[in-house]
Ligand binder design. Sequence first.
Ligand SMILES: Cc1cc2nc3c(=O)[nH]c(=O)nc-3n(C[C@H](O)[C@H](O)[C@H](O)COP(=O)(O)OP(=O)(O)OC[C@H]3O[C@@H](n4cnc5c(N)ncnc54)[C@H](O)[C@@H]3O)c2cc1C
Length: 580
Amino acid sequence: MATSSPSTSAQPIDALIVGAGFAGMYMLHKLRGLGLNAAVVESGSGVGGTWYWNRYPGARVDIQSLEYSFGFDEELEKEWRWSERYAPQPELLRYAEHVADRFDLKRDIRFNTRVTAAHWDDAAQVWTVQTEKGPAVRCRHLILATGCLSIPTDVTFPGIDTFKGDVYRTSRWPHEGVDFSGKRVGIIGTGSSAIQSIPIIAGQAEHLTVFQRTPNYSMPAHNGPIPDADFEAWSKDPRGYRAASRDTVGGFQNEASDAMATETAPEEIRAELERRWAWGGFRILGAYADTSIDPQANRIIQEFVAEKIREQVKDPAVADLLTPKDHPFGTKRPCVDTGYYATFNRPNVSLVDLRAEPLAGFNAEGIKTTAREYAFDAVVLATGFDAMTGAIERIDLRGRGGRQIKDHWAEGPRTYLGLMVAGFPNLFTITGPGSPSVLTNMINSIEQHVEWVADCLVALKQRQQTSIEASEEAEAAWCRHSAEAVTPSLLPQANSWYMGANVPGKPRMFMPYAGGLNKYTEICRQVAAKDYEGFMIRQGERVLSESRVFTSLPEPGEIPEKLAPIIMERLMAAGLLPAE
Ligand SMILES: Cc1cc2nc3c(=O)[nH]c(=O)nc-3n(C[C@H](O)[C@H](O)[C@H](O)COP(=O)(O)OP(=O)(O)OC[C@H]3O[C@@H](n4cnc5c(N)ncnc54)[C@H](O)[C@@H]3O)c2cc1C
């Protein structure tokens, strides 16, 4: 890092950003453009975050690349042409590198440096940030762009150290790649990374054994070059296209319909689902408005996907094992695949059901289940992430009065708007828990957050205000509103990583904001327009404005008559509505 290298010098820098993924990169660019003195610290050796770390075979985006790309700069948009509908990891990484070079970002990024601690100094109104190496950094604002899915789970298996073969994690894949030709390979996990990598590894390995605990729903990507018609439609009006994407619940276009599956004729449903399945990706999610709330409607999609699995997998017993049965469709992050189910027709692929024969551990030769031993030359761990809070809680983060974030979040992450935390002044989280984040096209969520934070810092600086902090009341109101947003849906019914269920001991709480990116963006806009409602703003010791309330909720939309009783019943059961 050259020009504005952070140091322990008397003058704190305006902002230190942790993480050089898309969020940290855009944050740096944005703040620089506003004349603020900002720098980034990144534990990896390059930019790109997710796309720097996750180099496993088959890794690719599952939101269409035209939408999963920055929209903040028209020239950048014009000069980059994606090769495929769903860009592969190497291309996404090249894109990140291109953005970094184009905006000359690297001179203000300190690579290979992990942030270990950050303590708020109330007297000086600055953060002191410790890293694994180098001097501490003092900054007025600390911006955590540490990623929702950047810290692998700590899953360890008894005896793994005794295994003579190679062990790889999908999320920490060797940069030089891995050739599995002629090898006996085991893979543990059947989440998104596994679903993407299994077809490729199966094509190389002598034999691939897939260890599955919970099957996931996966839709075909139908990947390929971007159809000319799609590209032309996009090129005519990229601004309009992006605006339309942002004005959706998920931050991407999926033809969301307000039709009800339970009020539609079966043959009509079939035709509609077939059409969306043929289109590919997440399009099926938008088919009917009641499938996310009404179990009966959801079962219609479940049965459709189960049928699609049976069509693709020749052995009915294997098809049955691959069919999810313990969670409604869409309540865990659905996957998008290229040839996943058909891979199980290959003679060199076998599936082990860890519900029937739980994993007991490793030995020198391979993996032991309670039923038998499997010998391998290599094992791939696709065991997921300590999502949303993992990266933040791994920093010894202390706010006012030395309060630790882990204590504040002992019962689950509490934030105001997913952007700030009460008692932690001048700390911002980009796509933090409590924001739409992982339920959306993340690039759109990142851009929205970065721009909100940048506007906030400019507003503070112009008025020479030194700190901003969420009030406890506003934080509590936001947590309640977040609970109200998710409770009517089926989302909390799955043991998902959205709920923290994949990490032993993690509090169970639905972490992302489920009210939709469009609604959320409007709320954030209103909060800022009301001079940062719900925030306390100080200048040194002086409190300049102290708004403790949060009132910026848009009018509730009309609830379809058919869904109203279900919604009311769930809200009441959760204590979020007074019982009549
Ligand atoms: C395999 C995979 C596929 C995905 N596919 C999609 C998709 O199709 N669509 C979508 O919208 N989203 C997808 N995501 C989510 C993806 O994380 C986001 O789209 C986006 O890349 C997040 O960018 P970010 O900058 O917020 O975080 P990240 O890209 O995760 O970057 C965070 C960076 O912070 C660094 N960091 C963390 N803690 C510290 C620390 N203490 N000190 C220093 N550095 C630190 C990390 O090293 C990392 O480089 C996917 C995620 C994964 C893992």
